[in-house]
Ligand binder design. Structure first.
Ligand code: GLA
Length: 441
């Protein structure tokens, strides 16, 4: 059930009863004053995985002309079928999410949101039941303001009613957009009110926000606060099916990493937007880059593509178990860029067990594959390979790269706009005497 969990605190022993009572009082006061650190609804302990219709299917509402591509219950039922038959569910992709344009243009007589009757004739509860019968979860979309971005009814003034409606339908995730939000105060209050309303339904509903994206032009977002209300949140522009868009999102994320990376963790994640792998705009190497870097950034992995016709290469990349394992690493730390020049970038993400995921990105868009050389001493603040570490390449192909030490120079060949995704591992056996890095003076 989606309820705020009170923080557990350890009681201390005291001499007299009065001292004990005073201590208890102080502890209670401290607990009451201390804000929760994350939206403790027990959900999104790891970045959610799934599928979202927006980037690929946009707002196609003409099912007469585009029966195969319009936003309809048929599209979601077919996607649910394929998610099961083609191994997506088993790879971890769990949430099947509806974006904008599912609604009828007006609310019903009781003021409730309703789906377009032509495109969703069976209603959302039936669709949710179907999705659940496949072992998947259903996500839906609404907007904090007066209208959604595509002009359908917004939730402003109806947060409680809409949360209750979604819960009664059996919805498992809400993407809450921020178009037409009104004033900054209304934006912030709206996101908080919807969080509380979802919590009060008692149903487990993952809450995806775009609060910081809409707040940033007016005021610097307070991520500590945002994490208390949202399970993940968009910070930046919509992703497009192009290398330009992926580069732009990566540059923004690196530029703002001091503000956004630390706060991410179980229960609350930064969302750099959908994976567009398997569409039209990215080369094979650029798709590898998106997958690798979204894993490094501990991003929700929400694909927006056509799973009914995706090519085997894109499917293998999206279902790569080791990359998904990096994305889902239980330590839950978001990665960050540690080195960049105009030719290449190095990103790292600390993993549980003392290892690191490393992304070596070739930013040079001319010429052929580049050999990129770096010292292992810069990984993990000097700790990743001290005194030694195993390095394994995960993407674009799996390769063992052997045992390295803190003084190794490391070389890797990377195609233009591609990425080598590596993983360091701490060796199990003890290092031989004399191989530890001398302390720095
Ligand atoms: C905004 C969001 C997108 C998508 C569209 C739908 O642009 O950022 O992700 O939901 O609205 O209209």
């Amino acid at each position: 059930m989606a309820q705020q969990q009170p923080e557990r605190r350890r009681g201390g022993g005291g001499g007299g009863l009065a001292l004990l009572l005073l201590l208890l009082l102080l502890l209670l006061l401290a607990a009451a004053l201390r804000p929760a650190e994350a939206l403790e609804n027990g959900l999104a302990r790891r970045p959610p995985l799934g599928w979202l219709h927006w980037e690929r299917f946009l707002c196609q509402t003409d099912c007469a002309r585009e029966p195969h591509r319009c936003v309809s219950e048929q599209l979601f039922m077919q996607m649910a079928d394929v998610m099961v038959s083609e191994g997506w569910r088993d790879a971890g992709y769990e949430y099947l999410c509806i974006d904008d344009c599912w609604m009828a243009p007006t609310r019903d007589k009781q003021g409730r949101l309703q789906p377009d009757p032509k495109r969703f004739p069976s209603g959302i509860s039936k669709l949710a039941a179907y999705v659940h019968s496949k072992g998947l979860k259903l996500g839906i979309y609404a907007d904090v303001g007066s209208k959604t971005c595509a002009g359908f009814p917004g939730s402003k003034g109806n947060y409680k009613l809409d949360a209750d409606t979604f819960a009664s339908w059996g919805v498992d995730l809400l993407k809450f957009d921020g178009c037409n939000f009104g004033t900054l105060a209304q934006l912030v209050k709206g996101y908080k009110d919807m969080s509380r309303a979802l919590n009060e339904t008692g149903r487990s509903i993952v809450y995806s926000c775009e609060w910081p994206l809409y707040q940033r032009p007016l005021q610097k977002p307070n991520y500590t606060e945002i994490k208390q209300y949202c399970n993940y949140w968009r910070n930046y522009e919509d992703v497009y099916d192009s290398w330009c868009s992926i580069k732009d999102i990566l540059d923004w994320s690196a530029l703002h990493q001091d503000d956004i990376a630390e706060i991410a963790g179980p229960g609350g994640w930064n969302d750099p937007d959908m994976l567009v792998i398997g569409n039209f705009g990215l080369s094979r190497d650029q798709q590898v880059t998106q997958m690798a870097l979204w894993a490094i950034m501990a991003a929700p992995l929400l694909m927006s593509n056509d799973l009914r016709s995706i090519c085997p290469q894109a499917k293998a990349l999206l279902q790569n178990k080791e990359v998904i394992a990096i994305n889902q690493d239980p330590l839950g730390k978001q990665g960050y860029r540690i080195l960049a020049d105009h030719k290449f970038e190095l990103w790292e993400r600390p993993l549980s067990g003392g290892g690191y995921a490393i992304a070596v990105l070739n930013r040079q868009e001319m010429g052929g594959p580049q050999t990129i050389t770096f010292s292992t001493a810069i990984l993990g603040n000097g700790l990743a390979c001290n005194p030694t570490c195993w390095i394994q390449q995960i993407l674009p192909t799996k390769r063992e790269l052997g045992l390295h030490n803190w003084a190794s120079a490391f070389k890797v060949l990377v195609n233009p706009t591609g990425t080598a995704l590596l993983k360091t591992k701490v060796p199990e056996e003890k290092p031989a005497a004399g191989t530890r890095r001398p302390p720095e003076h």
